[in-house]
Design a binder for this molecule. Structure first.
Ligand SMILES: Cc1cc2nc3c(=O)[nH]c(=O)nc-3n(C[C@H](O)[C@H](O)[C@H](O)COP(=O)(O)OP(=O)(O)OC[C@H]3O[C@@H](n4cnc5c(N)ncnc54)[C@H](O)[C@@H]3O)c2cc1C
Length: 382
């Protein structure tokens, strides 16, 4: 098992220093330790796992501190890699929405249209005709509202996207880039899976247990509860340094602050076995203050007489969750990216979602770190 240390010893020499103990940092730690290198991981929180950290709460239920995480991938190499460290519980994510007394599948499929728009569409052809009839002819959608109108028309925009997107981003969809809503698929069949990837599962004992298995062996030292900027002058020698935190923070915000949208979770444990039908149920209406309710056991497969749910509220304050897609942030990030490239000659690299100022699914974060290791050290990618 990795050694959890309290301070950095002056005698200890590290080949590799990694800032951040999330997927990106721990994948690099595992790869370098396996290659015989001595690794130091510095993490500001008092736990490993980054955004994916999960733990057993007071009632004995496995919950995620920073929001639910559903693993899905088509990347054979990543799937093979994560299977080295955990057994996996098959889980296909399905989401239902609630709007004005109606319950419907999300993303939009044939049943969603039938339920919300009082239609009786029978097959894929019917759906394609319906979409063609209802879509607003906008050739080049300029924002997230137009992107939905152009694909599925005003009714579905109103019922599913308008309120949810406004709550999630604290901005009207007209103020957001088209990509915010464009990434959500429309299905002409009745497939109600949220993801269609080949591999969809949850680590049998949770993500934190998966990460602990990754850092077995005695070549990794982990310093928790430590902000990098507070100790950076103490770590004087390394061959390579990987920074997985916020890129603007690394450079003391010299080009400005990159904006993030955050979340607040309101947890509740109930004395009943189940609370809702699916792991995730969305509330798109602006009349409901939260965006969704998550019931953890539905995804983890845990058997327990009680259940824990969390209500999710979007906010500007708190942990950095979602990069805000705006022209301002794009310009600022490009300046940091250029500054980061200058540091590669000094053996300093920027990896992961915060350093790339980009939303990564977990498999993309594993892939990004695995590819970084292979590109620097050679050998085949997983
Ligand atoms: C709400 C939410 C839900 C998500 N759900 C899913 C999902 O269902 N499925 C999916 O595939 N992906 C999901 N993701 C994406 C997933 O969380 C990321 O892919 C993953 O966390 C990326 O790992 P990372 O190591 O790059 O970043 P992080 O997990 O953020 O790790 C970075 C680590 O660095 C530490 N750190 C940062 N700065 C410093 C510093 N200066 N000094 C010391 N330590 C520092 C942080 O504390 C953190 O532990 C979700 C993301 C969010 C925001």
């Amino acid at each position: 098992m990795a050694k959890y240390i309290e301070t950095i010893s002056a005698e200890e020499q590290y080949d590799i220093v990694i800032v951040g103990a999330g997927i990106s940092g721990l994948t690099l730690a595992e790869r370098y330790a396996s290659a015989g290198k001595k690794v130091l991981v510095v993490e500001k929180h008092d736990h490993i796992g980054g955004n994916c950290y999960d733990f057993i709460n007071q009632a004995g239920i496995l919950v995620s501190k920073y929001g639910p995480h559903y693993f899905h991938t088509n990347d054979e190499g990543v799937w093979k890699y994560v299977n080295n460290f955990s057994l996996w519980h098959p889980y296909e994510h399905r989401v239902i929405g609630h709007y004005q007394g109606k319950t419907f599948p999300i993303p939009v499929n044939r049943n969603t249209i039938n339920i919300l728009c009082n239609e009786t569409l029978q097959n894929e052809n019917d759906v394609e005709h319906w979409l063609a009839e209802h879509a607003v002819p906008i050739e080049h959608p300029k924002n997230a509202e137009e992107a939905v109108l152009a694909r599925m028309g005003p009714d579905l925009y109103e019922y599913i996207f308008k309120g949810y997107t406004t709550k999630q981003w604290g901005k009207s969809p007209e103020e957001l880039f088209p990509e915010v809503t464009n990434r959500i698929p429309i299905r002409t069949n009745t497939d109600d899976r949220y993801f269609t990837d080949q591999y969809q599962a949850m680590p049998a004992k949770g993500y934190t247990a998966l990460f602990e298995a990754m850092i077995q062996g005695d070549r990794i030292d982990i310093l928790l509860g430590t902000e990098w900027s507070d100790i950076k002058n103490e770590v004087i020698s390394f061959q390579k340094l990987f920074f997985t935190g916020k890129i603007d923070q690394y450079f003391d915000h010299m080009h400005g602050i990159l904006e993030y949208r955050s979340l607040r979770f309101e947890f509740e444990t109930l004395n009943q076995e189940w609370y809702q039908l699916k792991a995730q149920e969305n509330y798109p209406s602006l009349d409901v203050p939260y965006t969704r309710i998550v019931e953890y056991k539905r995804a983890t497969g845990q058997i327990h007489p009680q259940t824990t749910i969390s209500r999710e509220y979007s906010t500007d304050e708190g942990e950095p969750y979602y990069p805000v897609p705006s022209e301002r942030n794009r310009i600022i990030y490009a300046q940091y990216q250029a500054a980061a490239e200058q540091l590669e000659d000094a053996g300093i690299y920027f990896v992961g979602r915060l350093a790339n100022y980009k939303y990564f699914n977990m498999d993309q974060a594993f892939r990004n770190a695995l590819d970084m290791f292979s590109s620097l050290e050679g050998g085949s990618t997983c």
